[in-house]
Design a protein around this ligand. Sequence first.
Ligand code: DGL
Length: 275
Amino acid sequence: MSSSQPIGVFDSGYGGLTVLKELAARLPQYDYTYLGDNARAPYGTRSFETVYHYTLECVQWLFRQGCPLVILACNTASAKALRSIQQHDLPNIAPDRRVLGVIRPTTEVVGKFTKTGKVGILATRGTVLSESYPIEIAKFYPDITVFQQACPLWVPLVENNEHDKPGADYFVEEYVQQLLAQSPDIDAVLLACTHYPLLQHKIARYLPQSSRLIVQGEIVAASLADYLQRHPEIESRCSKNGNLRFFTTDSAEDFDNHASIFYGKPLKSTHIVLP
Ligand code: DGL
């Protein structure tokens, strides 16, 4: 086994960097290896089967890099692939390793953000259609009513670096209005896609001032800290040199040019080809 045993962080593209940024800020002692499947992004419009196969390939690649633990820092992959990987694949391919997602940590705390009990979810079409958020939130907060809105144009806007441009406002307002039209009492809105924090300021502009905007990065970081404390058998296997490495299935040059917007500082990636 390799001496570096980083925590793997996976996303379809750049979005997971908004989560990794918070993980590295809260838990800087660990090594992290990030994989963005940019060559095949976006995942949000793809079928369950496709998202599952792509995600499994990426998780296996991260396992080959020595990761004892992989975080799916992608709501779409968490919604469509996590359960199958945990239940059907892990017992056969890597019974001693773990794969975690971003939906469960978020649904565990979502109740703290609402007074009316009406929560809005902004997500990719895939995440919305999976019904993962309504199902998971009902387990922890049966009294909360969930309203979902798919925002299929937001990931392309962000991936193409158009999120700051005035043209983006049209599509931000459109989906936010469609969400709010579902109930006047929504007082908490969750950005249930790791790309959306880049649109956060624009989204906030179209929400009532009294409503809360919930962003996942810090929530996932707090949840990982708690998980590692409760699972010393996994924690003790994670190497602790504070190293971060970045990999992409598409052009490393493109990744480096674009990734700092998500990560908040420049980084250098390496291109990989999945077998
Ligand atoms: N960032 C991913 C998520 O959190 C979705 C991006 C995509 O559609 O590939 O859902």
